[in-house]
Design a protein around this ligand. Sequence first.
Ligand SMILES: [Zn+2]
Length: 64
Amino acid sequence: MGSDGSVGDKLADQWRMMCPEHHHQLRDQQGPTVYCKRCNCAYRYADLVDKRETQPFAVVGRRD
Ligand SMILES: [Zn+2]
């Protein structure tokens, strides 16, 4: 715990953070949740998808 302080910074990069439905229309509610305009509901930071950490093709294609 305690490592979530950077989520706000990640949200500043709008291309980066997605809701679980892969929308980018997120609005930080200055709390532990982010509101998705497309879904019309709020998600916790932990529920969001970080594109930078989600590189499925690279991960799947290269396993040493
Ligand atoms: Zn959404």
